[in-house]
Design a protein around this ligand. Structure first.
Ligand code: GLA
Length: 412
């Protein structure tokens, strides 16, 4: 009996096993969709250019309020990015704490989100940030998880102390080995961010070293700095613009060249210089991260930052960066192909006095255009006609920006 009973139990168990085996497996969760961020160049505001290390929680909240109140949010600016100097020390478990200027990062992120905006933060692959605060070295996964828990939407990751503390120590005088270490460090944070499942824009800040535009996207870069730091001075801004010529092949939806944040409204830039700076960032499909004192923004600066026609050039869905087509003395002519066959033409007078532009004649042939072109001057809002060899006289450091929706010819 006992044998029979145990046999039946065994048979029953076998039968249920068979049933189990035949039950179709529960469908696997579909793979997480790829993160779709930065399909157009990110727009927003970053704390560094105006506040530098002085920025506080209160300033970030005020900036969020102002993006909404000034209409900048409606014009497309939607990231509020905290740059360096929010960090305190790590505790025994390695968790990084915020310093007294940022008492509660989660509450701050909630506040920014409550305004319909997104929030960004800053760190780096080294032991220290550029400001000497704690970096993410050895804590990448932990930090990425913390950012995701706070609700962070954007990370600027700045090389800084990784140069001296890792590259030069681990691979002294070996550029190729240093480059491999740097790529691996960025990829480590890339994987850590992706593992959180939260869409987080990944902004590389390593000053354009080692042709980052060639390898950045393969390790998750949505944008990468192409130069050292911008300052609110014409010479610096123009030097940065000049360094972008030739990089147009590398930009596109999801991955952009970053000539650094905007200085519009900062320092002693003239209105013409502010206009040209903003124009060129739009021509370059650059991220538009304002860096000015929003609560004290002058109306003429607001008018530049919220010029919808210029923003539309920057955010054009084709995602093709503009190129410098030719220069004539100190006048440069750039074009940017736009969706629907349109084109933007920017003529910049980079010179300091009138001698170089008086006269300057526009050569439409060099732009691939034939015959009279009708377009819109995006700074005056007026219809303009461009003809071959027409004289153009621009004030020093000023710009003419024209959008031609139906160009005639084969635009470069
Ligand atoms: C570097 C970056 C700047 C800023 C500072 C912060 O200089 O290039 O944009 O983030 O660090 O310390």
């Amino acid at each position: 009996m006992r044998t029979f009973a145990s046999l039946s139990v065994a048979l029953l168990a076998l039968a249920s096993l068979t049933v189990l085996a035949q039950t179709p497996a529960a469908p696997k969760a579909p793979p997480a969709p790829p993160q779709v961020v930065a399909q157009t160049p990110p727009m927003g505001w970053n704390s560094w250019n105006f506040f530098a290390e002085r920025v506080t929680d209160k300033d970030i909240r005020a900036a969020a309020d102002q993006l909404v109140a000034t209409g900048m949010k409606d014009a497309g600016y939607n990231y509020i990015n905290i740059d360096d100097t929010w960090e305190a020390e790590r505790d025994a478990s390695g968790e990084l704490h915020t310093n007294a200027k940022f008492p509660d990062m989660k509450a701050l992120a909630d506040y920014v989100h409550s305004k319909g905006l997104k929030i960004g933060i800053y760190s780096g692959p080294g032991p220290k940030t550029c400001g000497g605060y704690a970096g993410s070295l050895g804590h990448e996964e932990q930090d990425a998880r913390m950012y995701a828990e706070w609700g962070i939407d954007y990370l600027k990751y700045d090389l800084c102390s990784f140069i001296g503390d890792v590259l030069e120590k681990q691979a002294p005088n070996d550029k190729a080995a240093q480059m491999r270490l740097m790529i691996a460090a960025y990829d480590k944070m890339n994987k850590a961010l992706k593992a959180t499942g939260r869409p987080i824009v990944f902004s590389f800040c390593q000053y354009g070293w080692d042709a980052v535009w060639e390898w950045g996207p393969s390790v998750g870069a949505n944008l990468w700095r192409t130069t050292g730091d911008v300052t609110p001075e014409w010479d610096r801004i123009y030097a940065i613009v000049s360094q972008q010529a030739g990089l147009e092949a590398y930009a596109g939806p999801g991955h952009w060249n970053d000539p650094d944040m905007l200085e519009v409204g900062n320092g002693k830039l003239t209105l013409a210089e502010n206009r040209t700076h903003f124009t060129m960032w739009a021509m370059l499909a650059a991220p538009l991260l304002a860096g000015n004192d929003l609560p004290n923004m002058k109306p003429e600066i607001k008018a530049i930052l919220t010029n919808r026609d210029v923003i539309a050039i920057d955010q054009d869905s084709l995602g093709k960066q503009g190129a410098r087509i030719y220069s004539d003395g100190e006048v440069e002519v750039w074009t940017r192909p736009l969706a629907g066959g349109a084109v933007a033409i920017a003529v910049v007078d980079a010179g300091d006095s009138r001698y170089s532009t008086h006269p300057f004649h526009l050569n439409l042939h060099k732009l691939g255009l034939t015959g009279k072109q009708t377009g819109k001057d995006l700074w005056t809002g007026k219809t303009v006609e461009l003809t071959d060899n027409m004289p153009l006289e621009l004030a020093s450091h000023d710009v003419l920006l024209v959008r031609v929706d139906k160009p005639k010819g084969h635009v470069q």
